[in-house]
Design a protein around this ligand. Structure first.
Ligand code: ACM
Length: 565
């Protein structure tokens, strides 16, 4: 008599097509054989580096019998597409690129017990036979991590990359610089590290309270070799690391290090409080020259085709007040600081083009003058309607709307939730996010590169708390990015998620349990106690009103509604 079929594993993100068989393949704990076919040596070693969750692997001659077979074939269409077949005879992973094969391995890992996400060796595993055919709907599936507000050690970034790869995320947007810290090593401008990477203290009060700090210095920066390691570790896992160097605003750490890069002489320090500051890099040509030298160093470390130069929340008044800037504007026939801002970003973007890279900027830099905005990929944080408008004007766009992709908002309106900016943005909200609005035409849809979730860290003091805020909401958003549909639209998402959480636990991630925080994750009554903060209804109201009015410059950049203040 046949054994009853094994249980069906839950996969996140949900593959495009799966069919389950009733047979079994035994993956023996003592070791397996693998046929790497005609894979290039570099692709093969890349896959081997991410296969450590499997029993020990012995490579065999191409064509020999093997437990695991990799097949590079144009039959599987799409750079990130793959097929995974488990039959009674063995496992076959097919794809047209090493990226596709890598995703096949990530799905195979989810067919194994959750222990495959830990570093402990597996026992014998009985795998249920299946055929999976899968490809992502969106080419940009991202995560932003703000390491400027909080420095996290390199080991956390590497572990974060492992977790992203397990969810088939392929872009890590590293927010490396801001008013409160500079985190990239610079040889040309060493004060960025000796001065810019450390602040005297960190604000502990909420945005509408009397500012108070913890009185404790905070800092750190990544050496070029740390970053090279991160970039190559991420590349093995299909992830491009996109550096963000914030210009011309959010530049307090840069100006504290090199005050001469600012429009006027004033004493500056790396900021100890959050919110939008007046810091503004000078637009004068000699400063642009320095910036290009600085960016040349950044480009040497990050091979990413995309370089994010910020462009959000600039208070242009400092330019207006500077006589040297006024004189420059007169000389160049520039009528307004808005036009000057456009020129500043356009020139930097044009220079990046000469270096073979593409500029990415926040949507403020588009909304400033929609018909005449600098050519760039636009990261749309102030709702999806600004994305539609940017797409209609020929920009490629990445969706990063505050609701529901800003994971620094509370996960529930509950006194137990530790201090966050406001909200709530619940797991259900994240699971309801539809990255491809049904009302958009093909022209707009074709400009949507994808979406990303954001981890701004003003209120995330530790790695533990970053994980608490990220997971499991990010599981839902990763699913939306892969499938191009709301996670909630695929039946059984919450059940699949419940099966998925032990994988996060095996990775050592301190996620938020579905029924609320563990006692040690709660807000308590101390300085992290729950305050309501920014009501999400108000933000959503402002966004939908702006969409109705056809406005691009939503008032989210005001302090009250800014997710980061
Ligand atoms: C942003 O939240 N200012 C991008």
């Amino acid at each position: 008599m046949k054994n009853p079929p094994l249980p069906t594993p839950s996969l996140i993100p949900s593959p495009a097509d799966v069919s389950w068989g009733d047979d079994v393949f035994l993956l023996p704990a003592h070791g397996i054989t693998a046929d790497f076919g005609d894979l290039a040596r570099s692709d093969r070693s890349r896959l081997v580096r991410v296969m450590s969750f499997l029993p020990p692997v012995d490579a065999v001659q191409p064509g020999a019998s093997a437990d695991l077979r990799f097949e590079l074939t144009t039959r599987v269409v799409g750079a990130e597409a793959y097929e995974l077949e488990v039959s009674a005879a063995g496992i076959r992973i097919s794809g047209s690129t090493a990226d596709g094969l890598h995703y096949g391995l990530q799905s195979l890992r989810q067919l194994l017990p959750a222990q495959a996400f830990s570093r402990a060796p597996l026992g014998d595993v009985r795998l249920r036979t299946c055929t999976i055919q899968d490809a992502p709907a969106l080419p940009w599936r991202g995560a932003l991590l703000d390491v400027a507000r909080r420095f996290f050690p390199k080991r956390f970034l590497l572990h974060f990359v492992d977790t992203l790869a397990a969810h088939k995320i392929n872009r890590l947007h590293l927010h490396l610089t801001d008013d409160q810290g500079w985190r990239v090593e610079s040889h040309a401008f060493p004060r960025l590290n000796s001065v810019g990477s450390v602040r005297a203290a960190s604000q502990v009060t909420h945005f509408d309270e009397e500012p108070e700090t913890d009185g404790t210095p905070h800092g750190g920066f990544y050496s070029s070799s740390d970053l090279a390691e991160l970039v190559s570790y991420a590349a093995d896992r299909g992830i491009v690391v996109i550096p963000e160097i914030e210009l011309p605003g959010h530049s307090g750490a840069l100006l504290a290090s090199y005050p001469e890069f600012g429009p006027q002489d004033e004493s500056r320090s790396v900021l100890t409080h959050w919110g939008i500051s007046n810091s503004l890099v000078s637009p004068l040509p000699e400063v642009q020259e320095h910036l290009r030298r600085l960016l040349t160093e950044v480009l040497a470390v990050f091979p990413s085709p995309w370089i994010h130069l910020g462009g959000d929340e600039t208070r242009l008044g400092n330019w207006e007040r500077d006589p040297a800037v006024s004189e420059y504007m007169r000389r160049e026939g520039i009528a307004s600081v808005g036009e000057l801002f456009n020129r500043f970003m356009t020139d930097l973007g044009a220079w990046l083009t000469t270096q073979g890279r593409v500029m990415v900027m926040w949507d403020d830099a588009f909304a400033n003058s929609p018909d005449d905005a600098p050519p760039a990929v636009v990261t749309c944080w102030r709702g999806t309607d600004v994305a539609r408008q940017a797409a209609e004007r020929g920009h490629d766009v990445v969706l990063a709307p505050v609701f529901p992709t800003y994971l620094d908002y509370y996960q529930a309106a509950d006194e137990r939730e530790p201090l966050a900016i406001g909200g709530p943005i619940t797991l259900e909200d994240a699971a309801g996010f539809d990255p491809l609005d049904a009302r958009w035409g093909d022209e707009v849809r074709s400009r949507v590169l994808g979406m990303q979730f954001q981890l701004w860290t003003e209120m995330m003091e530790s790695e533990r708390h970053v994980e608490y805020m990220a997971w499991p909401r990010a599981c839902a958003l990763a699913e939306a990015a892969w499938t191009g549909r709301p996670a909630a639209s695929t039946p059984g998402f919450l059940d699949r998620l419940a099966d998925h959480l032990p994988r996060l636990a095996a990775l050592g991630i301190e996620y938020r349990p579905l029924d609320g925080p563990h006692p040690w994750q709660e807000a308590g009554t101390g300085r992290r106690h729950h305050r309501v903060g920014l009501p999400i209804a108000e933000i959503r109201g402002a966004l939908s009103q702006a969409a109705e009015d056809g406005a691009t410059a939503v008032s989210l950049s005001g302090e009250r509604l800014d997710g980061r203040s």
